[in-house]
Write a protein that binds this ligand. Structure first.
Ligand code: UDP
Length: 422
């Protein structure tokens, strides 16, 4: 089987944790790697952002990243990329023609790639599988009151994909229900495939490597550590953890606690300095250590150094960070939103919190910080829980979806109503 994956706005081999690179990059690379290991030929098409990248990057047997030149390498924000959809589609068509290639199906990731996939589906007469990763209508329904909304134009593009893709792949039943509720999607076209965690990389820390990780990161050895990992944007809720930290020190100024926030700015409205300023305003700047985004191989040390990982997002289609933290044996305190109730087993591998109030979050963190026995036991159970989610299993399920999709009769044509996205 030959699959054209499209990840137009961000390369699967970009460093996740800042800018436009996050869970989707990890998802695309992890699942494509596992498909390739099952013998599926996967080409991942992405927009070239540096001249040195080369057109074709061989990742491993059966897996390549194809960098398509569409617009200038630098200077275009994600919000401006809709202007390059025609150039990108044209670049893909040209590449495939020049190299005499064919594909059995297209799998697009995120709505920008979905629009390209939709065009090529009709051009080539092969099925389109689409994974949204996040949805404008869902983000708008859950965003914090002072966060900026996603555009109506994006929602319309997602509506078109919901109407025209042959299969919509989602992470959880919850996401399936959101897709039906907000986009009137046909549930026969939706497949739920749970993402995984790289349990070979994210392994439990022994006391010795927790100590080593803390030394490497410059964190005192004999303190409790709460970590946040991810892009610094309102939607991920880093300020919830900063406010909860201030609340914990207000309650007990002697508390022995450090907070580590690991990740970079995301998008045009996000600014890391705002989070430093908030920590200073609340008087906890010396208790919080900000770390730059780092590759997964180095992120392991952050998870292992932590006693708890906090995931205070306003919504998550799954929550890879929660799963990775648990794989390293660190319990998670997470918001009860989106896929997080699947990723975290409440009261067993961590705690799920309703809402984002500083006081609630301080209560939950204190509960676990102050009960070593319970927290350590949760960490042990977290490892067992995470072991149930592997990328190999996700890829196996996806392959079944692909096999079914190749049987779809592609002779039909779409009418103007679907094209309007109403
Ligand atoms: N990540 C990383 N380095 C960092 C911070 C994050 O490699 O410094 C990775 C992390 O391992 C996870 C992904 O980025 O796999 C973020 O996933 P999540 O689903 O939380 O992300 P989102 O796409 O919503 O930002």
């Amino acid at each position: 089987m030959r699959v054209a994956m499209i990840s137009m706005h961000t390369s699967p081999i970009a460093q996740p944790g800042s800018g436009d690179a996050g869970g989707m990059n990890v998802y695309v690379l992890s699942i494509a790697t596992q498909l390739a290991r099952k013998g599926v030929d996967v080409d991942i098409f992405t927009r070239a952002t540096r001249p040195s990248q080369g057109e074709i990057v061989e990742i491993e047997p059966h897996l390549r990243v194809i960098n398509i030149v569409a617009g200038p390498y630098e200077g275009l924000s994600k919000e401006e990329l809709p202007t390059q959809l025609a150039a990108f589609s044209g670049g893909m068509v040209q590449f495939i023609k020049c190299n005499n290639l064919y594909y059995d199906l297209i799998h697009s990731h995120y709505w920008l790639s979905g629009q390209v996939g939709w065009l090529l589906r009709d051009l080539w007469g092969i099925p389109l599988i689409h994974t949204a990763h996040t949805l404008a209508a869902v983000k708008n329904a859950y965003r914090a009151a002072d966060d900026s909304p996603e555009s109506e134009a994006r929602r319309i593009c997602e509506q078109q994909l919901s109407d025209n893709a042959d299969v919509l792949v989602v992470n959880t039943e919850d996401e399936k229900n959101e897709l039906i509720a907000h986009y009137d999607a046909n549930d026969c076209h939706i497949s739920v495939i749970t993402p995984g965690a790289d349990t070979e990389l994210f392994t439990p820390g022994t006391d010795r490597n927790t100590e080593r990780s803390r030394r490497e990161l410059g964190i005192p050895l004999h303190t409790k550590v709460v970590a946040f990992v991810g892009r610094l944007q309102k939607f991920k809720g880093p300020e919830v953890l900063i406010r909860a930290t201030a609340e914990l020190f207000k309650r007990d100024p002697q508390r022995n606690l450090r907070v580590v926030i690991c990740g970079g700015a995301s998008g045009e409205t996000s600014n890391v300095q705002n989070y430093h300023d908030l920590a200073r305003e609340l008087g906890v700047e010396h208790r919080i250590r900000f770390l730059d985004a780092r590759p997964p191989q180095e992120l392991v040390a952050v998870y292992q150094a932590a006693d708890i990982v906090a995931v205070p997002s306003y919504n998550e289609s799954f929550g890879l960070v929660a799963m990775e933290a648990q794989a390293t044996g660190t319990p998670v305190v997470a918001a009860r939103v989106g896929g997080l109730p699947i990723a975290v087993d409440h009261d067993v591998t961590g705690l799920l919190i309703d809402g984002h109030g500083a006081s609630q979050w301080a209560d939950a963190l204190a509960q676990l910080l102050d009960d070593d026995e319970r927290r350590i036991h949760m960490g042990e159970q977290a490892v067992e829980h995470a072991a149930k989610f592997s990328w190999a299993a996700s890829a196996q399920e996806l392959l079944k979806v692909y096999e079914e999709a190749t049987k779809i009769d592609m002779s039909e044509c779409h009418g103007p109503r679907q094209a309007a996205g109403i």
